[in-house]
Design a protein around this ligand. Sequence first.
Ligand code: MN
Length: 145
Amino acid sequence: MLIRHKGNFRWENISLLAYKEEGNCFRDITRQILFEGAANIPCQLRYFEIASGGHSTLEHHEHLHLVIIARGEGHVLIGDEIHSVRENDVMEIPSHTWHQFRATSDNPLGFYCIVNIERDRPVRPSEDDLKYLRRKPEIAAFIRT
Ligand code: MN
């Protein structure tokens, strides 16, 4: 099975989808599903692209993410640390760890993300969670809700 890359991070017969079905706590992201899982390898491979200035949802959940940056530049909050990320950086987002991705203001951020097919729904921060996250000024300035 081959999924042919057409260029510019689009693939043959792969639809360009909204990041999530619902919600307004993210901005300017697309999603493409490149692999839907099989018995022996029950994971999904997605490619997300955040346009410059956009961001993913601030969330945590039981399931892990394995993320490989494919293009552009951005920053990611993992737990209580903000990292700058670029092409070919690889990161694990552990279970129940707050995370949010942001593209820089002048570059998109494209990344592959591997997740279990069977997974729990993301949890969004409560007011108390936000208070906790915002105790660090750099995180307070970074997060988008
Ligand atoms: Mn997530």
